[in-house]
Design a protein around this ligand. Structure first.
Ligand SMILES: [Zn+2]
Length: 712
């Protein structure tokens, strides 16, 4: 998942955060000035948490002054004195919120969370003060009316349309009473959003499993057991073992743990999160957020929050999203049930061999037995792959290697730039002509202060008006091995690394004339990143990075073949767990005002929806359950479907790549010129057509996932 790219005008409030009045004097606050480091790389060593509040205060005041001056300009509105002036405004605020929100995701602490809480409503009010400014709207309306002549180019015209749309969607056409209500809703939503994020992070840490003896951990490697002992020590539980949770429903250790009771404990702790009635319970917050979103949609003339959101996406309507999800769901359920039957057979045989009674497959058994089944069917399991998937090799000789082959760009590690944690790495990225293109930050390890999942964000974006080049970061949650041990990845983590780097490439290659044109629809933004996953198991790339961490031997050909033969293995499960979450997101956001379930009814609603949509298959729970579904309370509201929507385009594009010779410069040049450098400068579906030469076709996706088309 990436940080969605917003126009700079909106950046301040869409990201979120805050701090109380701190003492930091204006003179020594490093946020007040542009960073002197290369490419304006953030001065992580100089910025202290108490610098954020004064920089936010000053940044908000500056932006309001700038915007008011634009609105009050006695000269008739022109593209330059209005649109370009807006594009240039709010620099300090943008710089500050970008850094604050990035750090809140990667390395939250109580001081930063306090800033976020204190400023959430203020930043929402700031956004409204700009977007609901009637004089500014009048200028934008005037430019919009004559956009064909007022804009210097087709791209400029598009930018005028963006500004007008943003203001209309913020409520610029409402009457004063409605605008006041809108401001109140936005302020409350901002505060609730900050509260939700904080609770999810606290709850995932609070739900960690404490284990008394190493015997119960049978199945884990000595390094994993040592790491669990280490985590326990850090929590003051010497002599015990702690299994930290990730934010997904399924926990990675469920694969390896042999102790069925412990697997069940882990799983139950995972799915109970956010609905335990403790201080981190999110149900009331979710219910209130949804109620306010529904009210806001109604104020703006939309039946539901989904209608409001989807209008801006390539999907355009809830019906289109429902149609895709409902086309895929029956096929995914059928596949998952078939997979479950196979797993049940394996369990029966396994138990019989041990002369023990069999049991019915449950959610906490799935990944454990799936791994065994894969070993039986394809002759390998994760543990055989891992020694060939060492992190630095995968990154530098895999991800970077593929990018070099395709785009001709190169990478050089640098160690002189400050980082916020010792295990964060930085690289210079050089373009084909040898000139610096960007700086890439790799923050790949899990830590309790980091939110779950994987994402990309830009600390600095390409912006010709300010002459800036990208500083982009990838964030993963790879468990850190004990000191001195190598970091060996799962196949899933390898794919995620390629995926997130696809977002990074999109950010680094961005080349648009105005920063406001960097925005990409959410259901399109996953497309380039998913395409980049294809290189993970491309033979030439694998040959480069998949080497034994001790011997340097390449991964044996037979193992490679087995990996690619097993590609469709477990796809029913993967598809169904994803689709159930995507459906939950849609159904929740397709409720109008007055229809939102109360806190107490939220889990009943979830159960009912899964049943009604025919995706309630207990061994395959949703990838995220509502109380810890970060995506949909944040930037992916009514947007979790975006991954599969984008995958239609991705699978189609991968076909195009294969048909044109795969990993080679000519293809990379096309991708860069027609897609990766274009941001939102043109309609997303036009970019897609320009690249592959036709409209989207769902067949390659169904083929890839081994799903037959089922007529509804
Ligand atoms: Zn992504």
């Amino acid at each position: 998942m990436p940080a969605r790219r917003f126009s700079p005008l909106l950046m301040a409030t869409l990201l979120a955060s805050g701090l109380a009045c701190a003492q930091g004097s204006a003179v020594d606050n490093p946020l007040f000035t542009v960073s002197p480091l290369p490419l304006q790389y953030p001065p992580f060593d100089k910025v202290r948490d108490e610098h954020f509040a004064p920089a936010l205060d000053k940044g908000m005041a500056e932006q309001l002054t700038e915007v008011q001056a634009i609105a009050d300009n006695p000269a008739a509105p022109t593209f330059d004195n209005t649109i370009v002036a807006l594009e240039r405004s709010g620099r300090l605020l943008r710089r500050t919120t970008t850094l604050l929100y990035s750090l809140l995701g990667a390395d939250a602490n109580p001081a930063r969370q306090q800033v976020q809480t204190d400023y959430a409503a203020k930043l929402a009010a700031q956004r409204d003060a700009v977007l609901l400014n009637p004089k500014l709207f009048a200028r934008i309306e005037a430019l919009y009316a004559q956009r064909d002549t007022a804009a210097p180019s087709a791209e400029g015209r598009r930018l005028i349309e963006f500004y007008r749309r943003d203001m209309v969607r913020a409520g610029a056409r409402l009457n004063d009473e409605q605008k006041a209500r809108m401001r109140a809703i936005n302020a409350e939503l901002a505060t609730l959003g900050a509260r939700f994020n904080r609770a999810v992070l606290a709850e995932v840490n609070d739900s960690a499993i404490v284990v008394d003896s190493a015997q119960e951990l049978a199945g884990l490697s000595p390094a994993q057991i040592a790491a669990a002992a280490d985590t326990a020590r850090k929590r003051g539980l010497d002599g015990k073992y702690v299994i930290a949770l990730l934010n997904t429903t399924i926990q990675p250790f469920e694969t390896e743990l042999q102790d069925r009771a412990l697997r069940e404990r882990l799983h139950r702790a995972s799915v109970a999160r956010g609905a335990r009635g403790n201080e981190f319970d999110t149900r009331a917050t979710i219910s209130r957020i949804m109620t306010l979103r529904a009210e806001r949609a109604a104020l703006l003339g939309y039946a539901t929050p989904a209608d409001f959101v989807l209008e801006e996406e390539t999907a355009k309507s809830a019906d289109a999203v429902n149609a895709l999800l409902r086309q895929l769901a029956p096929a995914a359920v059928a596949s998952a049930r078939q997979e479950a039957a196979e797993l049940q057979k394996l369990i029966d045989a396994d138990q019989a061999a041990k002369k023990q009674p069999s049991f019915a497959l449950q959610a906490w058994d799935w990944s454990h037995y799936a791994d065994k089944l894969r070993a039986a069917k394809y002759g390998f399991d994760e543990s055989q792959l891992k020694p060939y998937l060492e992190l630095t090799s995968v990154l530098e000789k895999g991800v970077f290697f593929a990018a070099h082959q395709l785009y001709g760009i190169s990478f050089k590690r640098r160690t002189d730039l400050p980082v916020y944690r010792d295990d964060v790495r930085t690289y210079d990225v050089f373009d084909t002509d040898g000139k610096q293109l960007a700086i890439f930050i790799a923050d790949l390890y899990a830590r309790p202060s980091k939110r779950g999942g994987a994402w990309m964000n830009a600390y600095v974006s390409q912006n010709p008006l300010e002459g800036t080049q990208p500083v982009v970061a990838n964030h993963l949650n790879i468990p850190k091995p004990p000191a001195g041990e190598p970091t060996l990845l799962t196949w899933d983590e390898v794919t995620t690394l390629f995926h997130e780097f696809g977002h990074a490439l999109h950010g680094m290659f961005n080349k648009v004339p105005y920063p406001g044109l960097s925005r990409v629809p959410r259901d399109f933004v996953e497309y380039p990143s998913q395409v980049n996953e294809v290189w993970a198991d491309t033979p030439a790339v694998l040959a480069s990075y998949a080497r034994h961490y001790k011997t340097g031997e390449p991964m044996p050909r037979e193992l490679l073949d087995k990996v690619s033969r097993a590609k469709r293995f477990n796809q029913g499960y993967a598809t169904l767990s994803y689709l159930s979450s995507a459906i939950l997101d849609q159904r929740l956001h397709q409720l109008g005002a007055g229809k939102i379930p109360s806190a107490d009814a939220l889990m009943h609603f979830e159960a009912r929806v899964l049943k009604e949509e025919g995706v309630d298959f207990a061994p395959v729970p949703p990838r995220y359950r509502t109380p810890y579904f970060n995506h949909i309370m944040g930037g992916y509201s009514a947007g979790y479907y975006a991954y599969i929507w984008s995958e239609v385009l991705d699978a189609d594009t991968v076909e195009w790549l294969h048909a044109n010779g795969g990993l080679k410069r000519a293809n990379g040049d096309q991708l860069r010129a027609r897609l990766l450098s274009r941001g939102g400068a043109e309609d997303a579906m036009v970019l897609f057509r320009n690249l592959v030469g036709h409209g989207p076709d769902i067949k390659p996706l169904l083929e890839r996932r081994g799903l037959g088309i089922q007529k509804p």
